[in-house]
Design a protein around this ligand. Structure first.
Ligand SMILES: O=C(O)[C@@H](CO)OP(=O)(O)O
Length: 247
């Protein structure tokens, strides 16, 4: 049997301000730092250890990984950063307040933008300063690989090849892998791994800073997934994420 641990970053400054974030590179809040440290303490207390870590190129995930690993005395572990684990690009919603948008467009529309499988938010203009096309960290990508918006389907299309070609082979080779990523890049991976339907994925929300364990059989078929620690607290935190877009 193989195991994998996923963790969504701790609370970010824009989570606290309830703003759509996407590829905007915002930092953790003090609460986010302490969530990441708690995750590391929990992993250590339960005897988890890792050989290799993956994260996005966004600092809220990178710093979450740092603080988690620091609690485990494992900051020396190799860390591979790749944009394919970035949050879903939120297009023209990036920077806007979720409740303001729900008041203006209604809860139903905001739910579609946040959680539907194939309806993207309005796209950014290519030269919008909120976009990433001039950002040096993406210099190796063709402009069309740097999104102006994404629906979850688009995120699945960039996350799953990275899972299949890079992460899954490392898990299968026996490496103990920790991934620090984002609500919607993790939803994309879970949708793929667990074969969740386009309709049901709307109801899946990922809480900040709680380690999520996957177990796989010898052929990397997922057997089960569960949050470490208090299951009720994880469910309540996921429900709170779901409510962030309601007026
Ligand atoms: O704003 C975002 O980038 C994401 C995660 O914080 O938000 P949501 O939960 O609305 O998809």
């Amino acid at each position: 049997m193989y195991k994998l641990v996923l963790i969504r970053h701790g609370e970010s400054t824009w989570n606290l301000e309830n703003r759509f974030t996407g590829w905007t590179d915002v930092d953790l809040t003090p609460t986010g730092v302490s969530q990441a440290m708690s995750a590391g303490k929990l992993l250590k207390a339960e005897g988890w250890d890792f050989d290799l870590c993956y994260t996005s190129v966004l600092k809220r995930a990178i710093h979450t990984l740092w603080y988690t690993l620091d609690e485990m005395d494992r900051t020396w572990l190799p860390v591979v950063k790749n944009y394919r684990l970035n949050e879903r690009h939120y297009g023209g919603l990036q920077g806007l307040n979720k409740i303001d948008m729900a008041k203006e467009y209604g809860d139903e529309q905001v739910l579609i933008w946040r959680r539907s499988y194939d309806t993207p938010p309005p796209a950014l203009e290519a030269d919008d300063p909120r976009g990433q096309r001039g950002d040096r960290r993406y210099a190796d990508l063709a402009p069309e690989q740097i999104p102006l918006t994404e629906c979850l389907k688009d995120t699945v299309a960039r996350v799953v090849p990275y899972w299949e070609q890079t992460i899954a082979p490392s898990v299968k080779s026996g490496q103990r892998v920790l991934i620090a990523a984002h609500g919607n890049s993790i939803r994309a991976l879970i949708k793929h791994l667990d074969g969740i339907s386009d309709a049901d994925i709307v109801n899946l929300n990922i809480p900040n800073g709680i380690p999520l364990v996957y177990e796989f059989d010898d052929n990397m078929k997922p057997l089960r997934r569960y949050y470490l620690g208090d299951a009720e607290a994880a469910a309540a935190a996921a429900a709170a994420v779901a409510s962030q877009g309601k007026a």
